[in-house]
Design a protein around this ligand. Sequence first.
Ligand code: HEC
Length: 120
Amino acid sequence: MELKMTKYFSIFLLLFSSCYYDNQEELYQYLVDNCDTTSITFSNSIMPIIIDECSSCHLSGNTLGEVSLNSYSEVMIYVDNGELESDINGTANIMPKAGMMNNCNIMIIEKWINDGAKNN
Ligand code: HEC
């Protein structure tokens, strides 16, 4: 009996530590060195990120959660209500749904918002 318990306990430990290790790896995977946050524009910086990361659910006919991000004015709805920023930095409903983007994409969108979310 005692042996069985020890066995289960080691399996538990093994599972737990491997999960922990995976999470660490994932965290590092999302870090981009030398993120360029100079000369950010809506059309050259923000739209390409939305196309890469959000299009399967929120672009050209995809309106999951009744959210579409096809244009500046549609994106601005979620800038103005604060949801874009809180979703991409994971403090609310994490977007993209599968997990946070790399730090560079997040920094670029946050800088664009902090600089007044211009339509440029
Ligand atoms: C796999 C599908 C999927 C992807 C990819 C995705 N979203 Fe969403 N999004 C949803 C769904 C579904 C909702 C509706 C709320 C919910 O169910 O969480 C939503 C809701 C939202 C909302 C409304 C506020 C809220 O949290 O309900 C915003 C803003 C948003 N998404 C932004 C984004 C952005 C920006 C990206 C890309 C960086 C993105 N989403 C990628 C599925 C997705």
